[in-house]
Write a protein that binds this ligand. Structure first.
Ligand code: PLP
Length: 388
């Protein structure tokens, strides 16, 4: 058999490999604290589960329109108005099986040989992987630890040229937890006005998980770029629904039709019951989201404080998501070496910063979507191993 050359360019998401290794160690009887995987450790709120079950009982078992059922797209439009203050047409919404699919569609739509796509480094590894798959050139945008892992708008704009087709922005971010300050977004948008050929994909999957003071602003709220802004969001992180595989994109102009065409080709539609559950999530009570974010905030404070006490660790207080990205250069270990050491010798699963790009060297990602007991145990074990 001979696979297509593009397969050789397709990367992966190491968090899933770490999860597999941690699970294997657990099966061998080892006690592993898993701070590697990025998903809420809460159950999906009961009323959402009930809506999904009811949908199945009501006979919603067939295909739906490829872009999603209208009541769900209308619920998304209401939610976008409520949380981002922007009026959108439900026909701009394309429902997909998880946020990742909006990413894949956007990158497929603009990526080809000769095109350049800008993506955050350190960033979610699938951006780079998908860009390479399309044959486009992946151009990393550096994030700065001393700016709270935000980019510099001037640096981004200096990377734009006539071949640039798409700029990917992710705030709040995986793996850093960084939230890009409004002033930096203002400068970026102002500069982009000189480059009307550049589309923007704003990955806002962590938009609901922001810790007050960080001041999240959606890029969709900038009228200057609304006609070329693709919004990626979904239910996975906000409603603890990673396994339901439900996400959405808000697409400008003719790209909604193009995204729907990709959906017809790749997935036909999203599981119908999950779509009805998605309506219950957006329209129903939001208190579970608030409680989850409050719990994450306490854990964030605990883990940042604990990591900063470890020898060789330096950890910033992140503004959103549920990750911390400490600088571990002071330990004397490389990121990958330290990831392996912590897993094998301390039974603590983390993800090497290098899994998120070359700029991730010198960092480790910890997910604090885990109980305070697990976080305390992990900190204790690492301290013992490294002599903290
Ligand atoms: N975007 C970012 C930055 C993520 O971290 C993730 C998941 O980890 C996704 C998108 C994909 O989310 P989903 O599970 O809904 O596909």
């Amino acid at each position: 058999m001979r696979l297509a050359a593009a397969m050789g360019r397709l990367g992966t998401e190491s968090a899933f490999e770490v999860l597999a290794r941690a699970t294997r160690l657990q099966q061998e009887g080892r006690d592993v604290v898993n701070l590697g995987i990025g998903q809420p450790d809460f159950p999906t709120p009961g009323h959402i589960v009930e809506a999904g079950v009811k949908a199945l009982r009501d006979g919603h078992h067939g295909y739906t329109p490829a872009n999603g059922i209208l009541p769900l797209r209308e619920a998304v439009a209401r939610d976008v108005r409520l949380r981002r203050g922007v009026e959108i047409d439900p026909d701009q919404v394309v429902i997909v099986p998880g946020g990742k699919m909006t990413m894949a569609f956007a990158i497929s739509m603009f990526g080809e040989e000769g095109a350049e796509i800008l993506y955050p480094d350190a960033g979610f590894p699938i951006y780079r992987s998908m860009i390479a798959f399309t044959g486009a050139t992946a151009v990393p945008v550096r994030l700065h630890e001393d700016k709270g892992f935000a980019f510099s708008a001037d640096e981004v704009l200096s990377l734009v040229n006539e071949r640039t087709r798409l700029l990917i922005v992710n705030s709040p971010a995986n793996p850093t937890g960084g939230v890009v300050p409004k002033a930096e977004l203002d400068r970026l948008v102002e500069g982009l006005e000189a480059h009307p050929h550049v589309a923007v994909l704003s990955d806002e999957i962590y938009a609901r998980i922001v810790y007050g003071d960080a001041g999240f602003v959606s890029l969709l709220a900038y009228p200057q770029i609304q006609d070329r802004l693709i919004l990626l969001d979904g239910w996975s992180k906000a409603y603890a629904m990673t396994g339901w595989r439900l996400g959405y994109g808000v697409w400008p102009g003719e790209t909604a039709e193009a995204a729907t065409r990709l959906a017809v080709n790749f997935n036909s539609c999203v599981n119908a019951a999950a779509q009805w559950a998605g309506i219950a999530a957006l329209d129903g009570p939001q208190d579970a989201v608030g409680r989850m974010v409050e719990t994450f905030r306490r854990r964030r404070n605990l883990i940042v404080d604990g990591l900063n006490r470890l020898p060789g660790f330096r950890c910033r207080m992140p503004g959103g998501a549920f990750y911390v990205f400490p600088n571990v250069e002071g330990t004397g270990y490389g990121s990958r070496g330290l990831q392996d050491l912590l897993l094998e010798r301390a039974g603590v699963a983390t993800v090497s910063g290098t899994s998120f790009g070359v700029q991730g060297e010198g960092y480790l990602r910890f997910s604090y979507a885990a109980s305070t007991g697990a976080i305390e145990a992990a900190l204790g074990r690492i301290g013992e191993l490294l002599g903290g």
